[in-house]
Design a protein around this ligand. Structure first.
Ligand code: HEC
Ligand code: HEC
Length: 327
């Protein structure tokens, strides 16, 4: 085996050893003397769970498996190749901890900026005006900073920012390829604010990346219903992946798709995620549909027409709505 290969393994083992190492160190004298200080393990845990930057919303469930899996290649590759050889006991703490903690600090700064109206022209609005401090939607439809009637063809309904770090493209039309582009566009175009500095953008991005979906007791991470989910939710799931055709576009487990589609709502729009849909009314880019059931009905009718398949019964619509509402 090559030296580099061996070194990677040693470094990986070093990283794997960190929790055990931290557990050992929690009994070390300097930590015992200051019990109110977080242990290394807690610090690492909070770095890996950035939601702790805003403890006001403790009910969020970290959907970290997916997010971490997506980030891992970027994050770990340079660590393994660029770090000098070090003993396996120090490398984990020295490499992983400071980088992760500064991400948390950045997110805390981002939360401040998220509530800062000076980002907009004339100090008229902050991000939280439309997304609340928690990042969820205020359920309104806007042109610029003006609230318009739901269904206005120029209007855009405020999306939730929960789970935004997992999305592939941003904006209803998928117009922004990255979170940085999306947020910069909103500040400059929608909020008519001054050009944001790279630091401001980085902090806002770090904050919104910490926003997770709420805990879900009916549906598992992979999108399948839990054993104790209601019968309606379980029947709804079968329709979702079966006759309703929903799963072909709103793909499990993220429930979105990178590509855009024209579903007859006035143009091509990205396939939005359906997570938390129960609380994101009104629906579609322009907020044309007030109830989730009507949104589900519109979608099935579109699919049935496109594929020349059958329409749902009223009971099936109830079941499918129960499943989508449980996501
Ligand atoms: C006037 C209300 C309003 C304000 C203020 C606002 N947003 Fe939004 N936000 C929206 C709307 C509406 C959209 C959808 C825009 C579109 O599709 O063109 C959106 C979209 C987004 C998206 C893309 C989400 C996705 O899933 O595609 C992000 C990220 C975002 N906003 C973050 C922010 C941040 C950060 C701020 C503060 C700098 C902010 N927003 C300020 C209403 C607002
Ligand atoms: C051909 C791909 C496609 C299929 C199949 C499809 N959808 Fe959609 N769906 C979309 C697109 C694109 C949008 C966004 C359109 C817009 O914003 O105007 C959307 C939007 C939605 C919304 C609104 C989400 C929100 O946040 O406002 C719901 C709910 C929804 N779909 C549910 C379903 C259900 C349930 C099914 C199965 C009956 C389904 N979709 C089938 C592409 C699809």
């Amino acid at each position: 085996m090559s030296f580099t290969g061996l070194r990677s393994i040693v470094l990986c083992l070093g990283l794997l050893a960190v929790p055990a190492l931290a557990a050992d160190m929690s009994t070390a004298p300097y930590l015992a003397a200051a019990p109110e200080k977080p242990t290394l393990l807690q610090m690492l845990a909070s770095a890996l769970k950035p939601k702790s930057a805003h403890p006001a919303v403790p009910e969020y469930r970290p959907r970290l498996r997916q997010a971490a899996a997506k980030r891992r290649p970027k994050a770990s590759a340079p660590i393994v190749t660029e770090e000098p050889v070090a003993s396996p006991t120090t490398v984990g703490a020295a490499v992983a901890a400071p980088a992760q903690l500064s991400e948390v600090e950045l997110a805390a700064k981002g939360l401040e900026l998220f509530n800062d109206a000076s980002l907009s022209g004339g100090g008229k609005a902050s991000c939280a005006t439309c997304h609340f401090s928690t990042g969820h939607t205020n359920n309104k439809t806007y042109v610029g900073l003006d609230v318009v009637a739901d269904g206005d063809p120029n209007g855009r309904n405020t999306p939730t920012l929960w789970g935004v770090g997992e999305r592939a493209v941003f904006g209803w039309a998928g117009q922004a390829p990255t979170l940085e582009d999306s947020i910069r566009g909103i500040i400059v175009n929608r909020m008519k604010g001054p050009e944001p500095s790279p630091e401001t953008l980085a902090a806002l991005v770090a904050y919104v990346r910490t926003l997770n979906y709420p805990a879900n007791w009916q549906v598992k991470e992979d999108g399948t219903p839990r054993e104790d989910a209601s019968a309606a939710v379980r029947r709804g799931y079968e329709l979702y992946i079966g006759d309703g055709g929903c799963g072909t576009c709103h793909q499990l487990p993220s429930f979105d798709k990178k590509s855009k589609d024209d579903i007859g709502t006035g143009g091509k729009f990205k396939v939005p995620t359906l997570h938390a849909a129960a609380s994101t009314a009104p629906y579609f880019h322009d907020g044309r549909t007030a109830s989730l059931r009507d949104a589900v009905k519109l979608m099935w009718e579109f699919y049935a027409k496109k594929m020349e398949t059958r329409l749902p019964t009223e009971a099936e619509l109830d079941d499918l709505t129960a499943y989508v509402g449980a996501l």
